[in-house]
Design a protein around this ligand. Structure first.
Ligand code: Q46
Ligand code: ZN
Ligand code: ZN
Length: 305
């Protein structure tokens, strides 16, 4: 298998692009593809300070590496969730972030917020003890992560929160939203979520990249990352839809990409229109000041009541 650009041994074949590349040309291709997404969707400019949410996984570390190599001012944010579950998941993932800095970007700045140390309980305990033990770890975790990311972005004056979501993630969410005809979610699912009502701007520069390409980038660049998934991700609906889409991709290369990118095109050109849920008034939470629809205290602050 030969690189289509230089004839050297190719390390990856991307059937959806009818392209196979050697290590050097693959890194170049990922970089150009990501840079183009940043520019096309006007995510941020070189002068902007952005907050890169890192989990120690392949997507976020690959993206952080790429942004730093391009000269972007991307500071990392790691949120310690206190997840152990017998594999020291949180401890290992923080170690990967620190190793990344030490080995590849000693100049990089990492903000660490440890949920357990700061608020008294990590995610698993919170989930077990809230809503009469009926709270789902991922629901609690999502709520906590959103709150902390927003707080750090706002307090630090960052232009945007950057996440490592890739095309597989977005296509899986799109499939889920489509199967349930969630018009409100479909109206808002986008590579850029503008700042509104005190919620920081959010951007996803890897939306055109398949998950396997993000993993290949990490491998080729020699980035170590946590291979294990979060133990609570097992059996998740997102993983189920990812599997389905990958099966489709096997027989029809490019199906995943087409599904997601054509959706964006159709919606953004007004060929299909989804109504946003409107009319819900947001007000600042009496305790933390973040926007809420739920009365005096936001859902995050109510968690600790
Ligand atoms: S970290 Fe948190 Fe995920 Fe683990 S508990 Fe669920 S939401 S699966 S991205
Ligand atoms: Zn090459
Ligand atoms: Zn609050």
């Amino acid at each position: 298998m030969k690189c289509h650009k230089c004839g050297a041994t190719a390390v990856i074949q991307m059937r959806q692009h009818r392209l196979q590349l050697c290590a050097a040309h693959f890194v170049e291709w990922v970089t150009i593809t990501t840079q183009r997404a940043i520019e096309t969707y006007q995510m941020f400019a070189p002068a902007d300070r952005v907050l890169m949410a890192v989990s120690g996984g392949k997507d976020s570390l690959s993206l952080w590496d790429l942004l730093l190599n391009l000269g972007y001012q991307a500071e990392g944010l790691y949120i310690g969730l206190g997840i152990d579950e017998g594999i020291a998941y949180s401890a290992k993932s923080l170690e990967m972030c620190r190793k990344f800095i030490l080995e590849h970007h000693p100049e990089a700045r990492l903000h660490v917020v440890d949920v357990g140390a700061e608020y008294g309980q990590g995610i698993p305990v919170l989930a077990r003890t809230r809503r009469r033990g009926q709270a789902k770890p991922c629901a609690v975790c999502g709520l906590v992560k959103r709150h902390i990311m927003n707080r750090v972005a706002r307090d630090g004056g960052f232009a945007a929160i950057v996440t490592g979501h890739n095309l597989d993630d977005e296509a899986a969410v799109l499939m889920q939203n489509t199967l349930h005809w969630q018009a409100g979610y479909l109206a808002r699912q986008a590579p850029v979520l503008e700042e509104r009502n005190g919620l920081a701007r959010k951007v996803k520069p890897f939306v055109r990249l398949y998950e396997r390409e993000a993993a290949a980038y990490a491998l080729v660049r020699g980035l170590d990352y946590i291979y294990e998934e979060c133990p609570f991700a097992k059996g998740s609906t997102t993983n189920f839809y990812k599997e389905l889409l990958n099966q489709l991709e096997l027989t029809s290369p490019g199906a995943k990409q087409q599904f997601y990118l054509q959706f964006l095109r159709a919606r953004d050109t007004g060929r299909v229109v989804f109504a946003e849920e409107g009319g819900v008034a947001l007000q600042p939470c009496a305790r933390c000041g973040q926007p809420t629809t739920a009365g005096d205290l936001c859902a995050f602050c109510r968690l600790w009541e």
